[in-house]
Design a protein around this ligand. Sequence first.
Ligand code: ZN
Length: 115
Amino acid sequence: MHELSIVEALIDQVKETLVQEGEKGRVLKLELSIGRLSGVNCDSVRFAFGLLAPGTVAEGAEIVFQQPKAACNCRACNVLTEIDDLVIQCPNCGSGDVSIEGGRELLLQSIDVED
Ligand SMILES: [Zn+2]
């Protein structure tokens, strides 16, 4: 399960951010942005977090997920369609001359720390 290494890296990132910002409070909430096409499963991330967070700065933090949509940009009909799954054809005209935009992000958006 590669979510384990993702969460490990995430907790490291939280740690570093807190050190950089001189925060010493408890982490209340982490907001993650996980694109719909990233292949990362939110439930698995939550599960991995439950395994790895105890004993770290992120212990007990609530995790909030944002799942930005991807878009299929068609060069044949110039229509931008929001998609939940990867497509190889334009949902509008069926052309294969498309590029997929977004949906692969995996970002730590924000950290809420207790005052
Ligand atoms: Zn099209």
